[in-house]
Design a protein. Structure first.
Length: 149
């Protein structure tokens, strides 16, 4: 129904849930029963999905859709947006109130919440190392699993 409604509005729909989705069917992409976003990110399927999203974004204005209201509640932030931004793509989150938030600002929130620069455990790490910890901790929080540093 969504695809038909979008087509009626003159909007193209490309399904990428099989490559960029947050609920993989492959049990190897789970750890202790929970989705492992870091494992997903290492797959050729995921890389191909990012390539496709990047091509679509270069060709036309594009949006990756989600049912979550806030970016920090969605796998697209800790998985897809993270890796698109790391590849140098501009990522902007559309907020429920109609505003936008740059992905860099979302990353700053993740750092403040999960790996602040003044934390004794992370103070000696560089930003990229702290950010990796923050993404891992936030993914674990979202999935309700224990954090592994």
């Amino acid at each position: 129904r969504l695809q038909a409604a979008l087509a009626d509005a003159g909007i193209d729909y490309v399904f990428l849930g099989d490559t960029l989705g947050g609920k993989p069917s492959d049990p190897a992409l789970r750890r202790d029963g929970a989705v492992d976003y870091e494992r997903i990110a290492t797959t050729s399927s995921f890389s191909g999905g990012l390539d496709r999203a990047a091509r679509e974004g270069a060709a036309r204005r594009s949006a990756l859709m989600c049912a979550e209201k806030a970016p920090l509640e969605c796998h697209r932030t800790v998985l897809v947006a993270r890796h698109l931004a790391a590849r140098g793509h501009a990522v902007v989150h559309l907020m429920a109130d109609g505003g936008t938030t740059a992905h860099a600002a979302i990353e700053e929130r993740l750092l403040a919440r999960h790996a602040p620069a003044d934390d004794l455990l992370t103070a000696t790490l560089d930003r990229d190392e702290r950010l990796a910890i923050a993404y891992r901790a936030h993914a674990a929080h979202m999935l309700g699993v224990k954090v592994r540093r």
